[in-house]
Design a protein around this ligand. Sequence first.
Ligand code: SF4
Length: 397
Amino acid sequence: MVTWGNIACKAPWSMITIGPGGELKLCCSTHEHASHISKHDSLFDWFNGEYYNQVRTEFTNKIWPTACKICKQSIEQNHTPSRDFPYFANLPIKNNVSAEIKTPLALEFTPSNLCNQTCVMCGSNFSSKWFAHDKRAVAEGLYWRGNQPGLVNIVDKPYQMSETDFQKILDILPSLETITLKGGEPFVEPRNIQILEFLANSNHKLKHIDITSNVHSVTDYHWTLLKKIKAKGTYINIGASLDGTGKTYEWIRSTPFENTFENMKKGKSVLGKDTFFISMTVSLYNFFTICEDVKFWYDKDLVDTVGFNYVYGPYYASPSLFRQKTIDKVLAKCKKELAEFKTTRIQQLYRTKHNPEYLVDLKNVKPWIDFVSEMRGFNILDYQPSLKRWVSKISAN
Ligand code: SF4
């Protein structure tokens, strides 16, 4: 009898993940695109088909599937693997693991790469706003832009799921217990709003909805829909992607900070503080001021929890370029200054480690800062003195 205790990850028994180009993957962490939604008549069939069964068999035989290389490597390098993150650890599962027919209970869904921001560590694969800029970057000699680990690749045309494929999502919606809406930016994508309207106006089994949003484009109508969904007993969790404050935020994420700040206040007044947590992406650009930024959100009493993502790629935007001594110094300061904020997911911040492999991209740090500074109309180095010193040093060598 297979038990949960000897299975390395719940995801293959619980969830379907659909990426911004319609690609089907085991989860958001894997780089393996297993198939495409357009190739399957039904997502029930996909979930019960050859690929999933193979992965499940491998897991139950204690073999790491190729798709899960990233978690295996994290364990080998003493990092927390994605499968141990609260999101994966809390995935809903059926008790009977060995049941013949399985029903997807969780969906992570990205209907397009429509977005309203050009985050400096992102690209056209995930944000439609990057198309023209990526094209120009490559034309101006930043040819390495399109071939970065983590960024996957750059694309030059938008993807939007067809009506037929979207119907496949609607077909599994009533059986789901958890849904995660991602982007692009979920609130600028009409398909996501259709899903929220369905959830606000129907009876369903959904217990949990996670939304990863930059909170910039949430309108009064969206807040009203979310309020209705919450009133039905569905737990709503909005991971607000806020990677800094003030000018650092604006340079990293491209839109006015004040606007997002006001929207966070409105969201708290409509849905309550417990609906939000801040998810900060730790990059080269905010690393030196990360603990001040965390304190800002607690001081404003807008959230109870702050967690962290980490830029694995592109390498030229990753704090793994800093020496371990520099990283340790910043993290020690954070540990001390954030000690009173017990709900800070400080362990996630401690995943920041120097990685010598990333140094192949050290030469691209300055050209990328220059390119984005021209886009923004101001330079991040004028607002991040420690980063400025580091960039001068690497440029002089
Ligand atoms: S083991 Fe890791 S990569 Fe594999 S499905 Fe689980 S979270 Fe994803």
